[in-house]
Design a protein around this ligand. Sequence first.
Ligand SMILES: O=P(O)(O)OC[C@H]1O[C@](O)(CO)[C@@H](O)[C@@H]1O
Length: 581
Amino acid sequence: MAKPAPSIAETPAWKALQEHVVDIEQTHLRDLLSDQQRCEALIKEDLGLYLDLSRQRVNQTTLKLLMDLAEASQLRSKVEAMFRGERINETEDRAVLHVATRARRDQVITEGGKNVVPEVWEVLDKIKGFADKVRGGGWVGVTGKPLTNVVAVGIGGSFLGPLFVHTALSTEPRAMASSRGRELRFLANVDPIDVATALQGLDPETTLVVIISKTFTTAETMLNARTCRAWLTAQLGPESVAKHMVAVSTNLKLVEEFGIDPVNAFGFWDWVGGRFSVCSAVGVLPLTLQYGWDVMARFLAGANAMDDHFRNAPLESNLPVLMGLVSVWNISFMGLPARALLPYCQALSKLAPHIQQVSMESNGKGVDIKGKPLPFEAGEIDFGEPGTNGQHSFYQLIHQGRVIPCDFIGIVRSQQSVYLKGETVSNHDELMCNFFAQATSLELRSASVPDHLVPHKVFTGNRPSLSLLLPELNAYTVGQLLALYEHQVAVQGFVWNINSFDQWGVELGKVLASKLRTKIAEARTNSRFMAGSDGLNYSTTRMVNKYLAGKRQLVYDTPKDVFPVDLLNPEKPAADEKAAI
Ligand SMILES: O=P(O)(O)OC[C@H]1O[C@](O)(CO)[C@@H](O)[C@@H]1O
């Protein structure tokens, strides 16, 4: 039997980095920053992006050792295997080809020996054709009105990426112009409050509902889909589904069973992971309906440019590779498992929620790709908020509490320019002053204060961060940014030798929720509280009974086969309240 490959942690490259930590710990970041040559070596410019890694606790030796680690982990060949369509998602026996969803029409990317790019473009052309019709009034609702509102129903990867891109574009002048008079909303949470938020004020006659689910089995999405269907049909009749509901899925059979004409379904493939699916119909359909094809074509081109860079640029100047290796350094060697994503741009307010899923669902793993327990902790704890809001929230901890590596993201030209007469600087310059100041203040050590306040006011500094400057935030650069972070996460996983493309950890919760659904339905149907014999532990049984007793009635009213219109009408009491009156 072949001897199992040694863990990456047993390689000389890993051990050399462990030993190197001692050297770095002796050097304060302020001193590292005084070496201009070092700084130059750590500032990279490509594709119009400016990446400054000089505020990381690394020197040229660290970089060299990280390159050795890349070599030891066979990073290059793993990246190639991904682009070549090999089944690197071993536990699901799937290729990982989200890069194909933004391939140029003339590119060749194969899966199972077949070029998949023509199929990708078939769907993109279908999206363009459909969106042009809806936007141009060639596709109207059952009552003949144009469909100006879109509600995208989906969760996780079928929600967070599209929301991130929508938020990034909704204030961009060109995208704003092309979306005038249109509205795009999202419905993700199975909480009926989210239904109310998503549908409130919308007229079903002018609303198109897009159900987005890779599997078309996700419980939350399917209940929300049925709820939206009930909302539409209650007011427009069952025939409205054909005109007001379309779907995005890999499971076209279930789409049809749901009642959506397969002609109005937009497919994708099992080789696109949910959290990497923004550039498939998952994101491109709702976003093209909102912004038009030209905008979305630029978004795809931006992501594609970053893919080319990731595949071809030398490791030493490869932006996602460098970001990935530096984060592995922070997490696995410097003992800094968290990272704050701090865009100085309100339009990037949904970057952190999206990257949380991309990163934490991908790399939150405890075993290597062959199933062997990892001798180190993989994964990164990601969180973030746009500056300057974050400064007035959690930055205190970042400055004087725990050490959290920060990604500062700044934009050279704002989407929205304001410069008031009498002000020293423009509003955007004011924002960017904070961007520059925050990165600098994390590196400094200062103590010029009265003695008794020294312990409180001292900044130990020496806190790593990176800065990324984008020339502007438009569809193209949003595509670049998305792909940059997707690939950074892949680099981490390749180095740790884990499978970044499965997500078995989220399955148990789904199974238990389903079991509880059955139990709660039984309790309500039979008008009885749960007993210890119901297969749930004491704690759960007690809390569920508290919940059941807390409702105004243990047993439901007869369920409604139409949407409770009063949910969206504050004038009328809700159904539960009526029952209690
Ligand atoms: O698109 P689907 O199949 O509804 O899945 C939604 C999400 O659920 C997950 O499987 C787990 O939460 C994600 O990976 C996925 O993005």
